[in-house]
Every structure is written in C-alpha cells, then in structure tokens.
Design a protein around this ligand. Structure first.
Ligand code: GDP
Length: 371
C-alpha cells in the first residue's frame, strides 16, 4: 500500500512537511465550503519513505502514485534525495529508444494546453500513453505558477493513459534541466511513450527545451506582434515545425498571412534537423482543424530521424552536452558558495568598478582562492 488514505487533501506527489529543498509547492486553493476543516495543531500524517526497490517496482508496474513520488524525489534539492534519485535512475531502464519527446513552446495564451489536450486525446485513442511535463525554467520566483494558474487539460487529466506533471521550477536553469530530463526518463520507464515538454517561450526557455526533445514545435498566434519577435530572436531556427494556432473565425486570413511569413523565413534558414524541411501550418485547436496533420508531420519526422540515425545521435549528443552543462553548473555553484570567495567578491567588484585593478587580475585572484 503506497497511498496514505488519511491524507486526502495533499496530492500524492507532494512531500510531507516540505522544506526549502523541494521545488514543488502547493498553493492554497479557493475554499468551496465543502472541504473538511484544517487539522488542528499543524499535525500532518507522515508517509513512510519508499525503498529504491519499491520505487522501481511502482514506476515500472504502472503505479501513478509512486511515479509522482519518484518525480518529487528527483525534484528535491537535498543531497540525500539527489543520491537516492540517482540510485533509482540507475535501477530503472535507461533511455528508451522507442519514445517521442516533443517540445512545445509559445507565449502564454497561444493555446499550448488546448493543443496538447486535443492531440493528446487523439494519441490515447490510438493506443499511446502520454506524459505532459510543463516547465517554466526562466522563472525562479513564480515557481511555475504561470503554468499552474488554471485548470489545464481537463479531459486529458482524467485519462489513465495520461500523466500530467506541473513544473519542476525554481533553481537554476541547469537544475531545471536535470529535473526535467530525469523526469522524462522516469516517465518513459513507466511506459509513457509520447512525452510533451511544454514551456512558455521567454528568455532561454526555447533553447533549454530544444536540448531535451526530439521534435521541437513552436506555437504562434497571428497578430500578437509575436511573429517578428520570433524571427528576430532566431528561435524559429530551432523549430521542426511552426504552428499558427487559432486559425479560425475572423482570424483565418491573418493566420494564413502569418503562416506564409514564417514559411518564407524558414525557407532561408538552415534546417533545425539535418535533412528535414521545417514547415509552418495553420491549426485551430478548438475547431480540431490541422491537428491530425501535425501528428502526421511528427510521425514522418520520427521515421526520417530514425532511418538516418539522427534520432539516436541527437539523444547521445544531448546527453553529452547535458553532462558539460551540469558540470559548469556544479562548478559555478561550488565557486560562489565558497565562504572566502563570497567575502572577497564585493571588494573585488568595487575595485574593478573603480578601475583600481584590472578585471583579469580580479578574476585570477578569485580563481586562486578556489584552488
Ligand atoms: P496556453 O497558455 O498557451 O496553454 O493557452 P491555452 O491553451 O490556455 O489557451 C488560451 C486561450 O486561447 C483559451 O481561452 C483557449 O480556449 C483559447 N484557444 C486555444 N486554442 C484556440 C484556437 O485554436 N482558437 C481559438 N479561437 N481560441 C483558442
């Protein structure tokens, strides 16, 4: 028995008495008047810690509660939990090579969750099992609340064949990358074969998501001033396909114009994936138009990348780059947490601001302290 039947208010994956080591928190909801009164004196039932073997059998045996708790373990910043999570990941089947990881990015309100809801249901009907991981790597302050502020993907969330997990936000970009990548591995071990990684398209988010998925989808809307921005930022260079969503009603002509603009821009860019031509498509997630076509494009891409060994090689190079990114992250973390360095930094900052010592000398002084 892995669930605690007494503890019905807290989702299963939320840790008991969470401290700052966890990046997931549960916000106070709106009272409907139906909920039971809060426990007096702050008492919370504790949930026994699972052994690695129990995690492994739960995850691979399809126990969603254990899967949720495994992800919570991965998201924890405590050293003990990180160690346990690594043991768990080693014990689970490693990278599956028959899954599809799809990144979807777009501004808030572009229709990402509506699109995933519609496509996801189609995929479930075809026998797929899907996981949706919504991440917000750029936001360490909101802890993912941009993505969590409304009921999303209502239909999908009711399906047994779908696992939706909000953001492992908070912490550094590197931390988020680690958590999401490891979460992908656990979901795949739990037999989810299509993984959506969804994020808002700001800052470095697109690049982060691109680095962990096979297929990268850019979701745009016409007339949001968003088109040119995308072209300028070079983000469309990363896209394996671009969707102009909300191509319905009065918006059809504007959507078609935006699609043609993007198509033209794509034409002049190097392909995001070797040998693959990225195209722009009009979709209406609420009218279900164009959604099946997008899935056909994704399947064609899957076939292309697998036939030409791109799929496997990309995953290998993603892991290699990830190793380096994590190394840089750990080194920088260790450097900036060193107490002597911490004390020295403001002094050297002042010195370089005033020009009393050259920047290179300041850096060398700091590096020496680190040895
Ligand atoms: P997200 O923030 O990118 O996940 O966007 P949502 O999926 O929550 O959609 C934001 C709003 O746009 C919601 O009110 C949706 O109903 C609406 N929306 C989503 N897709 C479409 C579409 O294809 N056409 C129209 N007209 N509205 C849409």
């Amino acid at each position: 028995m892995t669930t605690d039947s007494k503890d019905t208010k807290r989702p299963e994956w939320v840790p008991t008495n969470p401290g700052t080591e966890y990046t997931t928190k549960v916000m106070k909801g709106v009272s409907t008047g139906n909920s039971k009164p809060e426990q007096k004196n702050g008492w919370q039932p504790t949930r026994p810690e699972l052994s690695i073997a129990a995690y492994v059998s739960g995850v691979t045996g399809g126990d969603r509660t254990v899967l949720g708790r495994a992800i919570t373990l991965i998201e924890s910043n405590s050293n003990r939990h990180i160690k346990m999570a690594q043991e768990l990941l080693k014990a689970l089947p490693s990278d599956s090579d028959n899954t599809l990881r799809i990144g979807i990015t777009g501004v808030p309100g572009a229709g990402k969750s509506t699109f995933i809801e519609v496509l996801g249901q189609k995929l479930i009907a075809k026998g797929h099992r899907i996981a949706v991981l919504a991440i917000d790597p750029s936001s360490t302050l909101t802890r993912g609340s941009i993505l969590g502020d409304k009921t999303r993907m209502e239909e999908l969330s009711r399906s047994d064949q779908c696992f939706i997990r909000p953001s492992p936000a908070g912490g550094t970009l590197g931390g988020v990358t680690r958590k999401t990548r490891e979460t992908i591995q656990v979901c795949e071990a739990a037999d989810y074969d299509v993984i959506f990684v969804e994020t808002v398209g700001v800052g470095q988010n697109e690049v982060v998501v691109r680095s962990m998925v096979d297929f990268f989808l850019l979701l745009k809307i016409a007339g949001a001033g968003d088109e040119l921005q995308g072209i300028k930022k070079g983000v469309i260079e990363l896209a394996d396909a671009i969707i102009i969503n909300k191509a319905d009603g009065d918006n059809i002509t504007a959507a078609e114009t935006a699609r043609a603009d993007f198509q033209r821009a794509l034409h002049y860019l190097a392909p995001a994936t070797p040998g693959w031509t990225s195209n722009a498509f009009c979709v209406s997630a609420i009218e279900y138009t164009g959604v099946t076509e997008i899935w056909e494009v994704i399947l064609k891409f899957f076939e292309h990348t697998r036939t030409h060994q791109i799929y496997h090689k990309r995953r290998q190079s993603q892991r290699r780059e990830w190793m380096h990114a994590m190394l840089v992250d750990f080194l920088s973390d260790r450097f900036y947490k060193n107490p002597t360095i911490k004390k020295m930094i403001p002094l050297l900052e002042e010195a370089v601001e005033n020009g009393t010592i050259p920047v290179t000398e300041a850096v060398q002084k700091l590096l020496k302290l680190h040895q």
